[in-house]
Design a binder for this molecule. Structure first.
Ligand code: MLT
Length: 384
């Protein structure tokens, strides 16, 4: 029985997909790992480990390079929690414009005081705010979440300016034609009253909102970050808020620098915390994991290419290999030397690495697999 280790609390929706697997938070030497935000950076990658599935979008908690080198496929669930995050962003657009949270907290302090209505009318002026209609929203990153946010903000009467140098065809189809696009990030900074971040954390995006980029923003801009905390240099942001350059920073990623400051609203990583999103992510991650473990098919991996074939032959062999010359011919030479016919095959590369599915008319023996394993540049060979 294959074993799946869960490293976070995951919606029970995963259990329906994982029937027939040993699935718990205490299995040893797992074939697969299912997790949310658990940091795997110091976690041992066992010999048996074939795949890691993140029930969510962000994968900065997973040691991707180490996994790739060992032929461990890392999956995420793009879009599965997009609606939940979009709804939080919409809520934060309003909270960014109006001091509802401060006002509500202040109102609680009036309990038991005489002349409540008078006190409210006298004090409410300090919590007045702005409307979002006809304001410009800059959406940085137009993947599954950014695209939904852009469309929803348009329907609320905002002007929307989108920026995404890696815009996919799928997202482009989804996005309302009234969204304006720019390939100049500085244009987003200078034109936006509100900015929302929807990019992954990578070495290129880390600290993208900093003293220099904040200086390019409109005075009084509202910045919303539900993507990853490290996209924003917290000290620079705190200074910009204190000066009034940024009228409000709202983030799903609190840290010590940001807590306890006026006009910085910290949310405890709630973007994907709805039962709907948790079920969707758990189900999708579990399906990706089982399709890979049972069939070798890869969908929504962040480190290996998408490769899927229907099962049609006596045996299937999957090979992770370096994307180098003559690799395929060497692997096929081993197969044909054993007198086995290749019925179908699909090989795709992603950067320095590649993945091959071979559908074979006969079942290869262990020696054949060992010979493929011995080829220089082959990382992992699996009969499924
Ligand atoms: C994500 O990256 O999609 C979120 O962090 C998901 C989560 O809250 O687990």
């Amino acid at each position: 029985m294959m074993k799946i280790l869960k490293l976070n609390s995951i919606s029970p929706a995963a259990e329906e997909v994982l029937r027939g697997y040993e699935y718990s938070d205490s299995v040893s030497d797992p074939d697969g790992i299912l997790l949310r935000s658990f940091s795997m950076h110091d976690y041992p990658l066992g010999e048996n480990l074939l795949a890691v599935a993140r029930a969510g979008a962000g994968v900065n908690n997973i040691p991707i390079d180490a996994c790739t080198e060992r032929g461990i496929v890392v999956f995420n669930t793009p879009g599965a929690n997009a609606n939940a995050v979009k709804e939080l962003v919409l809520c934060e657009l309003f909270l960014g414009g109006r001091k509802i949270v401060n006002g509500a907290v202040w109102t609680q302090t009036l309990k038991g005081k005489p002349d409540l209505s008078k006190l409210i009318e006298k004090g409410k002026g300090q919590f007045a705010g702005q409307e979002i209609t006809e304001k410009t929203l800059g959406v940085i990153g137009l993947g599954a979440i950014g695209a939904l946010v852009a469309n929803a903000a348009l329907s609320l009467g905002m002007n929307v300016l989108g920026y995404d140098p890696f815009l996919s065809v799928k997202s482009a189809w989804m996005i309302d034609r009234r969204v304006q696009f720019t390939d100049d990030l500085n244009a987003v900074f200078s034109a936006s009253d509100f900015i929302t971040l929807h990019v992954p954390l990578t070495p290129e995006t880390k600290g993208m909102i900093n003293r220099e980029t904040l200086a390019k923003c409109r005075n009084g801009v509202v910045i919303i970050n539900n993507s990853r905390g490290e996209l924003v240099a917290s000290g620079d942001m705190a200074a910009a808020v204190a000066e009034g350059k940024v009228s409000r920073y709202i983030t799903d990623f609190p840290d010590e620098t940001l807590l306890g400051r006026e006009n910085i609203l910290c949310v405890p990583h709630l973007g994907a915390s709805t039962p709907e999103a948790e079920d969707n992510c758990a189900r999708m991650a579990a399906r990706e994991l089982t399709d890979y473990l049972e069939n070798g098919n890869i969908t929504n991996s962040v480190n290996y290419p998408a490769v899927s074939l229907p099962r049609s032959s006596a045996a299937r062999v999957c090979v992770h290999h370096k994307n180098v010359r003559e690799m395929l011919s060497r692997i096929l030479a081993v197969i044909s030397a054993r007198g086995i016919n290749v019925a179908h095959m699909l090989d795709q590369s992603r950067g320095e690495y590649a993945y091959l599915i071979l559908e074979l008319d006969d079942i290869p023996d262990e020696e054949c697999l060992a010979r493929i394993r011995a080829i220089d540049g082959v990382l992992r060979v699996r009969k499924v």
